[in-house]
Design a protein around this ligand. Structure first.
Ligand code: PSU
Ligand code: MN
Length: 307
């Protein structure tokens, strides 16, 4: 593990990594910016529990007091959840500033990947990743998450992308950047709240061992970057595609009307969609994150040869 003054790894996570035990990284933007308090904190704790029940050690990542902290405590999760939007959203470009100033930050997919890689964790589970926004052909709004997937060797388990993004352009971008997009038990790219998008993933995989073999092949051939493993929301929680699409369109329209751009756009849209759907989208969101945490643990176990 890298000896780095800006990195702090919890004793539990350090011990697990040294023993070659499976560890799954988890992000903190979803806590501070992705869900309302107190469900954000409850969910973060349940997700950690789901990883444990599936046989791996959870490592929730955040910037705490100017350190990339891998394996934050329950108290720190509670703190990030209560402070919510007052915690800076930390993507790659924010990271050096927050570290240098000794600040706190909620890590996005990009920075959670960075923290995971610094500590030596190869699997990270979350809800949705950032991508190419609708209208990016004029706004150039493309999440740093995609660039990180191209650079940093971490497998990100997600439920696909929300259609607040342009999913087709997101797939094109990932192809250009050489990031494999794998569908777990499906040929279709799941669209977060629903298992259907009408778009195909690059490859279907059906077992954790298959995923582990792909990650090993990538590592051993020296190909940089990670992989995106898209795990569809379970059928019983999947939302009606037309209903969710209509609400997403209304949310995007309102964001445009209010002139919201940059790092504020994703949290704004998530909050708006939650309000428009009367909380149904939040319930679906929580279930899909739990589902991804369980799969992440299985991938980590397969990588560590424990399966
Ligand atoms: N998509 C979701 N939920 C989220 C996010 C994205 O469905 O919580 C968060 C993740 O932390 C992701 C970030 O990394 O938003 C992307 O933000 P941006 O588009 O500003 O890069
Ligand atoms: Mn953006």
């Amino acid at each position: 593990m890298m000896n780095n003054p800006y990195l702090s790894v919890s004793d539990e996570v350090k011990a697990a990594l040294e023993a070659g035990e499976p560890v799954v990284a988890l992000e903190s933007t979803i806590i501070s910016h992705g869900m309302p308090y107190p469900r954000n904190v409850e969910t973060a704790m349940r997700v950690e529990q789901a990883v444990r029940e599936s046989g791996a050690i959870p490592a929730t990542v955040a910037v705490i007091g100017g350190k990339m902290t891998v394996g934050i405590s329950a108290e720190q999760i509670d703190f990030l959840g209560r402070k919510g939007l007052d915690v800076p959203k930390a993507s790659r470009r924010d990271l050096p500033v927050l570290l240098a100033k000794g600040m706190d930050g909620a890590t996005t997919v990009a920075t959670t990947m960075i923290g995971a890689a610094m500590a030596g964790i190869r699997v990270f589970a979350t809800g949705g990743v950032g991508g190419v926004h609708r209208g990016a052909e004029t706004t150039m709004d493309i999440s740093a998450d995609l660039e990180e997937l191209a650079e940093t060797p971490v497998c990100v388990v997600c439920a696909g992308c929300k259609s607040i993004l342009d999913l087709k352009l997101t797939l094109e971008y990932l192809e250009t950047k050489g990031v494999p997009v794998l569908g777990y038990g499906t040929e279709e790219l799941p669209a977060f709240y629903t298992s259907r998008s009408g778009l195909r993933v690059d490859y279907r995989v059906d077992t954790p061992e298959e995923v582990a073999a792909i990650l090993e092949a990538k590592r051993l051939t020296g190909l940089k970057g990670g992989a995106l493993l898209a795990n569809p929301i379970p059928d019983e929680y999947s939302m009606d595609p037309d209903y969710i699409e209509k609400n997403i369109e209304d949310a995007v329209e309102e964001a445009n009307r209010l002139g919201i751009t940059g790092k504020r756009i994703t949290p704004f849209l998530l909050d708006k969609i939650q309000k428009l759907t009367g909380g149904a989208s939040l319930d679906a969101n929580i279930q899909l994150v739990l589902n991804n945490a369980r799969l992440g643990a299985k991938i980590a176990r397969a990588l560590s040869g424990k399966e």
